[in-house]
Design a protein around this ligand. Structure first.
Ligand code: HEC
Length: 242
């Protein structure tokens, strides 16, 4: 009955693997569909997140790893993407094209530093990859603005934020309710906007996540198949022995 035991062990191992992902999701107040071993992107959320990025964040932050043409991966048609690009005016006054990188609102970082008391808005295209729990961090940061406790002195040009290390950030709260109007009718609360833009920036950092997870799943299925084959083979070879 060795075969039965090994197959059960394999099944148990693969179940444990998917349970771990579930346990993690219940810890966070929000669930991003891209999380977990089998998660994939929710394209509607990515499109809403792009709208938030483009309407709000893009006036201060670059996302240099992205080209406008990459937006077709979010489910926008090539015509929609061309229209998005043509609405962007580059530094030299020309319209952006599909092949341009996302516009950098501060090509001269000195200008940004002057505007924000020395702080520079970081490029957002790889921030989720660079930060541990990056998706959750962006959400917490954007919803983490509060009145400072009375015993805290907030520095000039800074804002109190519970999620930011040190609690004082030079970015003014960028979101409020109804900052954007979603084409799909979703209500644009601050929390919804924060969640959607966090999803969009996760995609920006890991655009190939869906493909990677599919390959991973296929590899696991293949390895299980290979193990079964090896066990069956071993039983056949040793069947006459003892
Ligand atoms: C008015 C300009 C402005 C807007 C609009 C803005 N930011 Fe920022 N952001 C900043 C500045 C300035 C910093 C640097 C803060 C610092 O160093 O204290 C920053 C920092 C950040 C950080 C980095 C925090 C860290 O840990 O270093 C993130 C993430 C961020 N912004 C996300 C966003 C997102 C998402 C949006 C759109 C919803 C947005 N920002 C809109 C100016 C802006």
């Amino acid at each position: 009955m060795k075969f039965g035991i090994s197959a059960a062990a394999l099944l148990a191992a693969s179940l444990a693997f998917s349970n771990a992902a579930k346990a993690e999701d219940t810890l966070s107040p929000l669930h991003w569909q891209s999380q977990g071993n089998f998660g994939s992107y929710d394209k509607a959320a990515l499109q809403r997140g792009f709208l938030v990025y483009q309407t709000v964040c893009a006036s201060c932050h670059s996302a240099n790893a992205l080209h406008y043409r990459d937006l077709t991966a979010l489910g926008f048609s090539p015509d929609q993407v061309a229209a998005i690009a043509s609405n962007v005016k580059l530094a030299d006054g020309s319209q952006a094209s599909m092949d341009d990188n996302f516009k950098n609102p501060f090509p001269d970082s000195q200008v940004a530093a002057k505007a924000f008391g020395g702080a520079i808005p970081p490029d957002l295209s790889t921030l989720v990859a660079a930060h541990p729990r990056g998706t959750q961090y962006i959400y917490s940061l954007l919803t983490g603005y509060q009145a400072a406790p009375s015993d805290v002195n907030v520095m000039a040009n800074h804002y109190y934020n519970v999620a930011y290390p040190g609690n004082q950030i030079a970015m003014p709260a960028p979101l409020k309710d109804d900052m954007v109007t979603y084409a799909d009718g979703t209500k644009a609360t601050t929390a919804q906007e924060a969640s959607d833009v966090a999803a969009f920036l996760t995609w920006a950092s890991h655009p190939n996540l869906d493909a990677r997870k599919q390959i991973g799943l296929r590899a696991v299925i293949f390895l299980i198949f290979l193990s079964v084959l090896a066990i069956a083979n071993k039983r056949k070879i040793w069947s006459g022995v003892v």
